[in-house]
Design a protein around this ligand. Sequence first.
Ligand SMILES: [Zn+2]
Ligand SMILES: [Zn+2]
Length: 231
Amino acid sequence: MKITDQLTRLFGILDYEVPDTPVGSVVRTDTEGFWDVTEYQHGGSYQCRCGRSEPAFFSSSQFRRCRPLNPELGCHICQDALKGATTKAERLAAWLDSRRATISPDRHLVLPESCSHLYIKESQESNQRATVRTRHFVYQHFYRKPVPAGFCVTRTCRNELCLNPHHLCLTKNHHAKITPYYRALIVTLSLKGMSTSGIQSFLHEAHSLELSQRSIQRTAREARRSKNCVI
Ligand SMILES: [Zn+2]
Ligand SMILES: [Zn+2]
């Protein structure tokens, strides 16, 4: 798309006057929606805060008249990504991508109403589950890496609604299934006569694995039972 077409779409400008650049020293900076606005001695510019598009420069007379049509939606890249998103998760991804450069660790990040944590809630799903899913999704999308098996994404801050990727971290998923390795280990320790509480503290200290005494007992019992099977 030509720059003039973009300016028509974003600012409603039909008669773009190409300004001379540079346009003097800065006299004022401001923000408008998702745009950083800079006024120079001669003219001004609008730069989308996503940092993915070139700034739009205007002559003084045009700068005084022009305003973004939808300031919150940002530049054509931000708008196209949002428009091209068909699922709830894609819309959340587009929103995160546009904010990526602006997300600061100093503040909580709460998604706007139109893109709230319920955004990727599936039907029949509870709000709590949707929050967990959204946090998981935000982590994977922002850091561009999967959450390893046996881990879950938790908050490091106290704001329940916060989805700031800088306030998220990976923790061991205590509800993870007992892997065949740990199953064998529990059986071996149990056969050697170690108590359930002994096995529990050993797994906790040596393997950072937290299991209830009940699951340890059940694992040992099931293993013994299958060993006694003759078929
Ligand atoms: Zn943008
Ligand atoms: Zn936070």
